[in-house]
Design a protein around this ligand. Sequence first.
Ligand SMILES: [Zn+2]
Ligand SMILES: [Zn+2]
Length: 157
Amino acid sequence: MRAIYADLKRARMRPTSSRVAVLRLFHEFPNEHMTADQVFRRVPPETEQCSLASVYRALSQLLEAGLITNAWIGEQRVVYELNRGTRHSHLVCNDCGEVADIDDTELESQHETIAGARGFRYTSASLVIFGRCAHCEATLESRVRRTGAMHGLSRRP
Ligand SMILES: [Zn+2]
Ligand SMILES: [Zn+2]
């Protein structure tokens, strides 16, 4: 709790109830990616003046202050997360929407090299790799196995 007030103070932001509630959520779940809508649904309902509009406002202010970061993950979806001080890319599951971090310093330095080779000073990249997460892949495989077995049975005389 004290860290949240200290963060806001350092960013010269007044600790309004919506800012505190939103930032607290990211501190509680430092490894989670949340859309504005998910943040809104998870902010305690007793929070004063916490409409969807005020959540959006708090998110953009916290973003501007560098306390959180955001990432575009396809199809107009933007997720927010706590700024842990390291740039990273994301993996997104096409089936369940799970978002995973890619913390790869080699990849980051490659971005820098690519930019530099063309006379750009690298600031940020927004790379998203799409696929199917291990959980969805396992579910799909077991479903294929089950239906495969069923077909096998039905073909028996
Ligand atoms: Zn998945
Ligand atoms: Zn992330």
